[in-house]
Write a new protein. Structure first.
Length: 97
């Protein structure tokens, strides 16, 4: 049933003009949408870790730059500013409701 859901949302997405299709969420979420369910969950967790990490400078273990690097190593190219905005809740994803 999950497959069917994905197929219908893909069909819907393909019918939408580019602007409408992409303006609802930031690039971070669009990249995430292309990942497997397991990877999406891991990425959500990673974003939470970045949000909760109060360390400063080198004391910060989970940071936007860390996340940028990990994604890049796995073939996902998202800029650090995009990730930073998403982590800080300043991107369009957070303003949808
Ligand atoms: Zn976002």
């Amino acid at each position: 049933m999950n497959d069917q859901e994905q197929a219908s949302s893909l069909a819907q997405a393909l019918l939408l003009p580019r602007e409408q299709n992409t303006s609802l969420v930031c690039k971070f979420t669009r990249v995430k949408d292309g990942m497997s369910e397991e990877e999406q969950k891991a990425l959500d967790r990673a974003v939470e870790m970045v949000r909760k990490d109060n360390g400063m400078g080198k004391g910060k273990v989970y940071s936007a730059s860390w996340l940028t690097k990990v994604l890049k190593q796995h073939g996902y190219s998202v800029s650090i500013s995009t990730i930073q905005r998403h982590v800080n809740g300043e991107c369009c994803c957070e303003q949808s409701d």
